[in-house]
Write a protein that binds this ligand. Structure first.
Ligand code: C2E
Ligand code: CA
Ligand code: CA
Length: 892
C-alpha cells in the first residue's frame, strides 16, 4: 500500500478517551456494587452510548484510512455503523429505564429489543463474513467443529444461568423481547466463536485478538449476572459496553497502525478452547448432579454431545496431522537429498564458489579454493577477498561489483588477478551474482575459474600471430593492421609514410657464414632500426631480409633524414660471431595521407622498393606515379621468359673462335637465341636486358650453362680431338652474385662430363669488379680449372688492379677496337698488356680480312668475328669440322 497509516495523534487520543471512560465506568460499577446507589443513577447509563460512539468513531477512522487494505476497511466501516446502532439501542434502553424510574430491572421495550437485535445482527454480520482462513478441508472441518463446540458450550451455560434467570423473572420482560435477546445472543455467540477460531488474512492478527477479547467481555460479564441478584440498580451491560468499546477502539487503532496485512495468517491455536468448554460443561453437569438441581438432562445431553464433538474434532485433527506428518517426512527427505546433492556439487566442482558480503568478506568458500589458490576454505573465511586481488585490478573489481549490487539478481563476469598462496598471481574468471536480497544467501555468490593458462596461451598465440619470433618486431599481419589503423585515424592532411627496407646481399651472409650469423645480423639490424625511429613508429619484419617502417605524422624530408640515419647506423660494422659485418639496404618510400587506401600504399612502396633494388648500391627510391607501369612491364617480361623457358623456346648458337693466322677453329662461344612463336628468332639484345632486369637471367643462364656443357661434351665424344677445344659461356653479374654459382658450374661439368679446362666463363669488366661474392666465385671457378675471360675489354672501367687481382686467363678485345688499317695504338697496346699480365688476348668482331691481317701483324693469335664465322647451330659447327670442304665451311 502506498499510503502510510495515519498513526499520529489519533492512535493515542481515541484509545485514551475510551480507556478513561471505561475506567470511570468500572469504578462507578464497583462503587455502586459495594456501597449501593450513589449519585444520579442515569450517570451509569449514559457512559455506555458515549463509549459506543467513541468506538464507532474509531472504527470509522480505520474504515476510511487509505493505509488500510480494502477488505479490512469495509469490515471496519460495517463494524462502526453497527456500533452506532448498538449505541442507539442503548439510548433507547436508557429511555426505557427513565420511564421505569431508572430501575435496572426495567422492562426492556420492544423498540430497544429490535434496535438491539438489529445492532447485534449488524455487528455479527462482518464477523461471519470473515474468511475462515482454513487452507485445507480438514482444517475447515476442525474450525466448524470448534465453532459448534464453543457455541454449544456457551449456549448451555447461557441457558443454565442467564436464560433461566431471565425466564424466572419473566414478568420483567416481554416474551418477544426475551426471544429476540436469546436469538441475538446465540447469533452473537456464533460470531464470537467464528472469530475465535478464525485466523484471518483480512485483519491484523493482534487487532483480531483484541476484537475477540471485546466480544468475550459480553458472555463473561453476562455469566456474572447471578452475582447481581437483588441489585436492581446494576446491570452487566453497564461494564460490558465501555470495556467492549475500549477493546474495539484498541483493535481499530491496531489495524490502522498495521496498515496492510503482510504476515501470513498464523496457525490458530484455539483447540484448547474446545477442551476447556467440554471440561466446563462436564464440570457443570457434576455440580448440578451434586447439588441435585433441576435441568440435569439438557446439561447431560450437552456434555455428551460436546465430548463427542471434541473427540471427533480430535480424531479429525489427528488424521490431518498424520497426513501432514507424512507429507512433511517426504518433504524433509526430499530436501535432505536436494541439499546433499547441492553440497556435493558445490564441494566437488573444480570452480571455487564463494559467498561474500559487499565488503568482500567471505562467508562461504568451497574446497576447490585449495586447488586454485593454495589456501584452505578456513583461511579464506572471514577475510576480505579484496586483500588478495592484484592492486592494479582492484578498481576493476570494485567497479564490477558496484554495477551488480545496484540491482537484485544481477550477474556479471570479469577477469582479475588473484594472489595464490605461493606468491604468484592467478588469472581468475569470476561470475558474480547479486543474491543479497535472497534471505537464504544474503550475499554475493561468485564462481571463480582459474584461466591463467588459457589467458597466457591466448596472449602467447596472439603475440606469435602478430610478431616476428626472431626479432620480436611486428610481423606482416600486424604491420598491415597498423597501416590500416593509421590511415583511418589520421586527418586528411596528416602525412603517413611507409618505407620498405630490403637488405642487399643478405643471402650471401646467410650462405657463407651460416644461418645463425644471419639470424644474429637480422636481430642487430632490427635493433638499429628501432633505435633510429621514434617509439611511435612501427618497425616490422615482413619476412627474410625484408623490413617495413610505418611513420605516422611524418613525411617528405623528415622521413629521408630518418632513413639516412638508418643507412648510416647499418653501415657501421657489427661484430657477429667474430665477423665484422656491415649492411647495405634498399629503401622504397611512399608518402601518404590520412584516408589513403592502405593496400595501395603498400603496393606503391613495393614498386618503389623494386626500383631502388634495381638501381642497386643501397638504393633509395620514393614512389612516383607511373612506377606501376614499369612494375607491370617487369611482371609481363618475367611471365614471358619463364613461359619460354618452360616451353624450351631458347636455343644456342655457337660462334667459332679461331687461331691466327691459319683460321683453325680452337673453340666456340655459346650465344643464346629465343625462337619466339610470333616474333621469330630473337637475338640477345631483344630479351637479355629484360632478363637482367627481372632476374630471369639467373634461370636462363643456368639453362645456357648446362646446354653449352652438354654440347661441348657431346662434341668431345663425337669428334674426339677434332672437337672445339673450348666452350665459352656468357655469364651476367646477377648470376655471379649467387654464392652457389661455382657449385652450379661444377654440377654442370659433372653432369655433362666436360673437363673444366674446356669451359670458359665470359664476364664483363663491370661484373668482375662487383663485390666480394663475385670475386670469391671467380676464385672458386679458377681453382676448379675453369677458364675465365674478360669480355668487351676496353669498354668498361678496366683497371690494371682488376687484371692483377682477377684470376682471368683471357681478355677479349671489344669489337669497337677491332683495328682499322694503318697505325693502331689500342689493339697493339692491349696485346702488350695481355702479354705482360700473362693472359691470352682474343680480338672480337673481326669483320674484314684487312682487320684479320692487321691483327696477325700486331701478333694476335686468337680472333672471332663474322670474317671467320657467324654464330651458327651446333649441327653446322659439326658439319664444318667433319666436312671442311663443304660450302658452309668455306665461310672461314
Ligand atoms: P658478346 O659476348 O660480345 O658476344 C658477341 C656478340 O657479337 C654476338 O652477338 C655476336 O653475334 C656478335 N658478333 C660476332 N662477330 C661479329 C662481327 O664480326 N661483327 C659484329 N657486328 N658482331 C659480331 P649476339 O649473339 O647478338 O650477342 C650479343 C650479346 O648478348 C653478347 O655479346 C653477350 O653479351 C650477350 N649474350 C649472348 N648470349 C648470352 C648468354 O647466353 N648469356 C648472357 N649472359 N649473355 C649473352
Ligand atoms: Ca661474349
Ligand atoms: Ca664481347
Amino acid at each position: 500500500m502506498a499510503h502510510a497509516p495515519r498513526t499520529t495523534m489519533w492512535d493515542r487520543r481515541l484509545p485514551m478517551i475510551s480507556g478513561s471512560l471505561s475506567a470511570v465506568a468500572i469504578a462507578w460499577f464497583v462503587l455502586v456494587f459495594v456501597y449501593g446507589p450513589v449519585g444520579p443513577a442515569l450517570f451509569g447509563w449514559l457512559l455506555s452510548p458515549v463509549c459506543l460512539a467513541v468506538a464507532a468513531a474509531a472504527g470509522w477512522r480505520t474504515g476510511t484510512d487509505p493505509g488500510v487494505p480494502e477488505p479490512a476497511r469495509r469490515f471496519w466501516r460495517q463494524l462502526a455503523i453497527a456500533l452506532g446502532v448498538l449505541g442507539a439501542s442503548v439510548v433507547s434502553q436508557v429511555v426505557d429505564a427513565v420511564n421505569a424510574d431508572l430501575s435496572m430491572t426495567t422492562r426492556v421495550g420492544l423498540v430497544t429489543s429490535v434496535l438491539h437485535a438489529v445492532a447485534t445482527a449488524m455487528v455479527v454480520w462482518p464477523m461471519l463474513r470473515l474468511p475462515w482462513g482454513a487452507p485445507t478441508r480438514g482444517q475447515l472441518i476442525a474450525s466448524g467443529l470448534d465453532v459448534a463446540i464453543l457455541v454449544s458450550g456457551a449456549a448451555i451455560f447461557f441457558w443454565h444461568f442467564a436464560a433461566q434467570l431471565m425466564f424466572d423473572a419473566a414478568h420483567r420482560t416481554t416474551v418477544g423481547a426475551a426471544v429476540i435477546l436469546t436469538v441475538s445472543g446465540l447469533v452473537a455467540l456464533i460470531a464470537i466463536a467464528k472469530m475465535a477460531v478464525t485466523a484471518s488474512a483480512t485483519l491484523d492478527a493482534r487487532s483480531l485478538r483484541m476484537l475477540r477479547a471485546a466480544f468475550l467481555v459480553g458472555p463473561v460479564a453476562a455469566a456474572l449476572t447471578p452475582l447481581l441478584a437483588g441489585k436492581t440498580y446494576l446491570d452487566t451491560s453497564l461494564v460490558i459496553m465501555p470495556i467492549g468499546s475500549f477493546l474495539t477502539v484498541l483493535a481499530a487503532a491496531r489495524q490502522a497502525a498495521a496498515g496492510a496485512v503482510s504476515r501470513p495468517p498464523a496457525r490458530r491455536r484455539y483447540s484448547m478452547l474446545a477442551y476447556a468448554v467440554a471440561a466446563a460443561t462436564n464440570a457443570l453437569l457434576i455440580v448440578v448432579l451434586i447439588q441435585g438441581r433441576d435441568g440435569v438432562l439438557p446439561i447431560a445431553v450437552a456434555a455428551v454431545v460436546l465430548t463427542a464433538l471434541v473427540i471427533t474434532r480430535q480424531l479429525a485433527a489427528m488424521r490431518e496431522n498424520e497426513q501432514l506428518l507424512d507429507r512433511l517426512d517426504a518433504t524433509i527427505i526430499e530436501l535432505a537429498l536436494k541439499e546433499q546433492r547441492f553440497r556435493l556439487l558445490v564441494q566437488n566442482t573444480s570452480d571455487v564458489i564463494t559467498i561474500s558480503r559487499i565488503d568482500g568478506t567471505a562467508s562461504y568458500c568451497s574446497p576447490a579454493v585449495e586447488r586454485v589458490l593454495g589456501s584452505t576454505p578456513e583461511d579464506v573465511l572471514g577475510t576480505s577477498f579484496f586483500d588478495r586481488v592484484h592492486p592494479e585490478d582492484l578498481d576493476h573489481i570494485q567497479q564490477q561489483l558496484a554495477t551488480i549490487t545496484a540491482e537484485d539478481g544481477a550477474t556479471i563476469t570479469y577477469q582479475i588477478r588473484v594472489a595464490h598462496a605461493d606468491g604468484t598471481y592467478r588469472m581468475l574468471e569470476i561470475t558474480s551474482a547479486n543474491l543479497l536480497h535472497e534471505p537464504s544467501v544474503h550475499g554475493i555468490v561468485s564462481n571463480s575459474r582459474d584461466v591463467t593458462e588459457t589467458v597466457e596461451a591466448h596472449e602467447r598465440l596472439s603475440y606469435e600471430a602478430s610478431h616476428d619470433v626472431l626479432t620480436g618486431l611486428a610481423n606482416r599481419a600486424l604491420f598491415g593492421d597498423r597501416v590500416d589503423a593509421a590511415v583511418r585515424r589520421a586527418r586528411a592532411e596528416q602525412p603517413i609514410s611507409i618505407v620498405l627496407v630490403d637488405l642487399d646481399d643478405f643471402k650471401t651472409v646467410n650462405d657463407t657464414l651460416g644461418h645463425a650469423v644471419g639470424d644474429d645480423l637480422l636481430v642487430a639490424v632490427s635493433e638499429r632500426m628501432l633505435a633510429a625511429v621514434r617509439p611511435t613508429d612501427t618497425v616490422a619484419r615482413l619476412g627474410g631480409d625484408e623490413f617495413a617502417i610505418l611513420f605516422e605524422g611524418l613525411g617528405g624530408g623528415d622521413v629521408d633524414r630518418v632513413l639516412e640515419r638508418i643507412a648510416d647506423t647499418l653501415a657501421m660494422p657489427v661484430d657477429i660471431d667474430g665477423h665484422l659485418l656491415t649492411v647495405r639496404a634498399s629503401f622504397g618510400v611512399v608518402d601518404g595521407r590520412g584516408g589513403d587506401d592502405p593496400g595501395n600504399m603498400l603496393r606503391q612502396a613495393d614498386i618503389a622498393m623494386y626500383e631502388a633494388k634495381e638501381r642497386g648500391e643501397g638504393g633509395y627510391q620514393r614512389y612516383r606515379p607511373g612506377s606501376e607501369a614499369r612494375g607491370a612491364e617487369r611482371h609481363r617480361i618475367t611471365e614471358a621468359l619463364s613461359a619460354a623457358l618452360e616451353r624450351q623456346e631458347f636455343l644456342l648458337h655457337y660462334q667459332p673462335v679461331v687461331s691466327l693466322p691459319d683460321g683453325r677453329l680452337t673453340g666456340v662461344e655459346a650465344l643464346v637465341r629465343w625462337m619466339h612463336p610470333k616474333r621469330g628468332l630473337l637475338s640477345p639484345a631483344d630479351f637479355i636486358p629484360g632478363a637482367e632486369m627481372t632476374g630471369m637471367i639467373v634461370p636462363l643462364g643456368t639453362w645456357v650453362l648446362r646446354e653449352a656443357c652438354r654440347q661441348a661434351a657431346a662434341w668431345v665424344t663425337e669428334l674426339g680431338p677434332e672437337a672445339p677445344g673450348t666452350m665459352a659461356v656468357n655469364v651476367s653479374a646477377r648470376q655471379l652474385q649467387n654464392t652457389d654459382f661455382a657449385d652450379e658450374v661444377a654440377a654442370a661439368l659433372r653432369d655433362s662430363g666436360l673437363e673444366p679446362r674446356r669451359l670458359t666463363i665470359e664476364i664483363t669488366e663491370s661484373t668482375a669488379i662487383g663485390g666480394g661474392t663475385t670475386h670469391e666465385t671467380l676464385r672458386a671457378l679458377h681453382a676448379m680449372g675453369v677458364r675465365l675471360s674478360l669480355d668487351d675489354f676496353g669498354t668498361g672501367a678496366s683497371t690494371l688492379s682488376l687484371l692483377a687481382n682477377c684470376p682471368v686467363d683471357q681478355i677479349k678485345l671489344d669489337r669497337s677496337f677491332a683495328p682499322v688499317p694503318g697505325p693502331d695504338a689500342i689493339a697493339g697496346a692491349v696485346l702488350q698488356l695481355a702479354r705482360a699480365m700473362g693472359v691470352e688476348a682474343v680480338a672480337e668482331g673481326v669483320e674484314t680480312s684487312a682487320q684479320a691481317e692487321k691483327l696477325v701483324d700486331l701478333g694476335y693469335v686468337r680472333a672471332q668475328g663474322f670474317h671467320f664465322a657467324r654464330p651458327m647451330t651446333a649441327e653446322l659447327i659439326t658439319v664444318g669440322i667433319t666436312e671442311p670442304a663443304s660450302p658452309l665451311a668455306a665461310q672461314r
